[in-house]
Design a protein around this ligand. Structure first.
Ligand SMILES: Cc1cc2nc3c(=O)[nH]c(=O)nc-3n(C[C@H](O)[C@H](O)[C@H](O)COP(=O)(O)OP(=O)(O)OC[C@H]3O[C@@H](n4cnc5c(N)ncnc54)[C@H](O)[C@@H]3O)c2cc1C
Length: 458
C-alpha cells in the first residue's frame, strides 16, 4: 500500500478503537504473519478489540473500504487458516477473554472468544464440570479458534468435537451485522442449523464474539493401559473391534514405531513396539471402568497384542499421556519441517489406511511417522522433511496427494480436526465436488463483499 494510503488507513482505524490497540509497525505485525504452518503473510494492521461493539465497527469499516479481515485467536492453526494471506486487517481476539457466566443448573458456560481452552477447564474443574474436546494445543488455543476450526483431540472418540458443544453463538457477519444463533433450550426443531455453518468455517463467514458451550460432568474414575502390537494393521484391527464392542473408550490413541523412536530421543518413556495403542476408560465407578478396560485388553490380546502395561496409578497414567503429547513436539525437534496431516477414515477402514500410509512412505521415499486418534479414525501421518531441500519437498507434495486420494477412496475426509485453510485448499473440491458451489453461495450471504478471511477453505 502506498505511504499516503497507509496513513489514511491508520487514521481510519484509530477512529474505530483506542489507538494503543491499533498496531501498524512492521515489528508488531510480524508476529501476526504466521500460524503453526509454513505459510507467511504480513497484515497491514492488527486491531485488538475489547468488545463486540468494537468488532462491529472494525468489520463495517473493512466492508466499506473493501479490506480483508482475518480474525485470530492464538495463531496455532495447523492449516494456514490464521494467516492473513491477502494482507488487510487482523482482528486479534485475545483481549475479549472473559468467562461471562457458568450456569451449573443447565451445564452451560458463556465465554468471549479469546478465552483459552485450558483456563476455561481450570475454572470449571472446581464445579465438577468440563468442556471435553481437549486439543493438543489446549493450554494456549482459544475457544473462538476451536469453534472456527471445529477442533477436537484425544477425547473425541468418546466426547466428540467442539461442534457437539456449541449451544449458542453471537457473530458479526461480513457486513457488520450482529446475529445471535441458537437458543438456551437443550433441543430445538426451529430452522436451519446456522451454528453448524459457523463451526469449522475458519472465520470465512464472520467473527464469533460470544459462545455458549454445553458442558459435561467431569468423570471421577479412570483406567488406562498401553498395548503393543507387532504391526500397525493389527493395532488398527483392535481399534475397530473395541469400538464395535461399544466399550466407549475416552482415549484410544495409536503411535507407530517411528513416532516412538523419535519421542524416546527426547523423553524418558516406558512404551515400545511396532505399534502401540494407548487407551483409557473413564466413568464414575472404578469397578465399571476397570471392567471395560479389561475387556478391551482381552480384545487386543485376541488381535495379536504382544505386551500390555496397565497404568494403575495417577502418575503412571500421566506418564502415558506425556508420551502421547510428546509426539508432535518431539517430531518437530527431530526434523526441520513437519508436514502434519490429519486424514480421517471410517473406523472399519483404519487397517487399510495404515497400510496405505506405509505404501506411500515407501513409494515416495519420504519418512512418515504416524500417530493419532485412531478411535475416531483420525490419523496424523507426519512427513519428516526439510523445507530447504526442494527435491524432498516435491516428493512430500506427491506423497500428500497420494495420501489424500487414498483417504477419500476409503470414504474418509482430508481433515478430521485441523481444517482446510491454505494447506489443503487445492484438494477441497476433490472431497466436496459440486457442494463447493453451494458453499460459495452461503459465503456470499454472510459475507457479500468477500472480506472475511479471503482465500481460505475453497
Ligand atoms: C502443538 C499443536 C497441537 C495441536 N493439537 C490439535 C489437536 O489436538 N486438535 C485440533 O483440533 N487442533 C490442534 N491444533 C491446531 C489448533 O491448535 C486448533 O485448530 C485451535 O483450535 C486453533 O485455535 P487458535 O486460538 O490458535 O486459533 P487461530 O489459529 O488463531 O485461528 C484458527 C482459525 O479460526 C479463526 N478464528 C479465530 N478466532 C475467531 C473468531 N473469534 N471468530 C471467527 N474466526 C476466528 C481464524 O481466522 C482461523 O481461521 C494443534 C496445534 C498445535 C500448534
Amino acid at each position: 500500500m502506498a505511504c499516503g494510503g497507509k496513513e489514511r488507513m491508520k487514521a481510519g482505524l484509530e477512529s474505530l478503537i483506542e489507538s494503543g490497540r491499533v498496531l501498524t509497525e512492521p515489528e508488531e505485525l510480524v508476529t501476526y504473519a504466521y500460524d503453526a504452518t509454513e505459510h507467511r503473510c504480513l497484515p497491514e494492521a492488527v486491531l485488538r478489540p475489547v468488545s463486540e461493539e468494537e468488532v462491529v465497527r472494525i468489520v463495517r469499516y473493512a466492508a466499506e473500504e473493501g479490506i480483508a479481515v482475518t480474525a485470530r485467536g492464538a495463531g496455532t492453526s495447523l492449516s494456514g487458516c490464521a494467516v492473513p494471506c491477502e494482507g488487510g486487517i487482523v482482528i486479534d481476539m485475545n483481549l475479549m477473554g472473559r468467562i461471562k457466566a457458568v450456569d451449573e443448573a443447565n451445564r452451560l458456560a458463556t465465554v468471549e472468544p479469546g478465552v483459552v481452552y485450558g483456563r476455561l477447564n481450570e475454572e470449571l474443574s472446581s464445579r465438577g464440570l468440563f468442556f471435553p474436546p481437549d486439543p493438543g494445543s489446549g493450554s494456549v488455543c482459544t475457544i473462538g479458534g476451536m469453534v472456527s476450526t471445529n477442533a477436537s483431540g484425544i477425547r473425541a472418540v468418546k466426547y466428540g468435537t467442539t461442534r457437539d458443544y456449541v449451544q449458542k453463538l453471537r457473530v458479526v457477519t461480513g457486513s457488520g451485522e450482529v446475529v445471535e444463533l441458537g437458543s438456551l433450550a437443550p433441543k430445538s426443531s426451529n430452522g436451519y442449523d446456522l451454528i453448524g455453518l459457523f463451526v469449522g468455517s475458519e472465520g470465512t463467514l464472520g467473527v464469533v464474539t460470544e459462545i455458549t458451550l454445553r458442558l459435561k460432568k467431569r468423570p471421577t474414575s479412570f483406567a488406562a493401559a498401553s498395548v503393543s502390537f507387532g504391526s500397525m494393521e493389527e493395532a488398527g484391527r483392535a481399534v475397530g473391534r473395541i469400538i464395535a464392542r461399544g466399550l466407549d473408550p475416552s482415549v484410544l490413541e495409536l503411535m507407530d514405531e517411528a513416532t516412538l523412536r523419535v519421542v524416546k530421543l527426547y523423553q524418558d518413556i516406558d512404551v515400545e513396539g511396532r505399534a502401540v495403542l494407548l487407551m483409557e476408560m473413564d466413568g464414575f465407578t472404578e469397578e465399571a471402568v476397570k471392567e471395560r478396560l479389561e475387556e478391551a485388553v482381552r480384545i487386543c490380546t485376541g488381535t495379536g497384542a504382544v505386551e500390555v502395561k496397565r497404568a494403575s496409578t495417577e502418575s503412571e497414567r500421566t506418564a502415558l499421556w506425556r508420551a502421547r503429547r510428546a509426539a508432535f513436539p518431539s517430531l518437530a525437534r527431530y526434523r526441520p519441517t513437519l508436514v502434519l496431516e490429519d486424514v480421517t477414515v471410517p473406523i472399519s477402514r483404519l487397517p487399510e489406511m495404515l497400510a496405505e500410509i506405509e505404501r506411500i512412505s515407501g513409494a515416495h521415499g519420504i519418512e512418515i511417522a504416524t500417530f493419532g486418534h485412531a478411535g475416531d479414525g483420525n490419523l496424523h501421518p507426519t512427513m519428516l522433511v526439510d523445507s530447504r531441500n526442494k527435491a524432498e519437498m516435491e516428493q512430500a507434495k506427491e506423497a500428500m496427494d497420494d495420501l489424500f486420494r487414498s483417504a477419500l477412496a476409503l470414504g474418509g475426509t482430508l481433515t478430521g480436526e485441523h481444517g482446510i485453510g491454505l494447506s489443503k485448499k487445492a484438494y477441497s473440491r476433490l472431497e466436496h465436488g459440486g457442494a463447493i458451489e453451494v458453499m460459495e453461495q452461503i459465503k456470499k450471504v454472510f459475507d457479500p463483499k468477500g472480506i472475511m478471511n479471503p482465500g481460505k477453505g475453497f
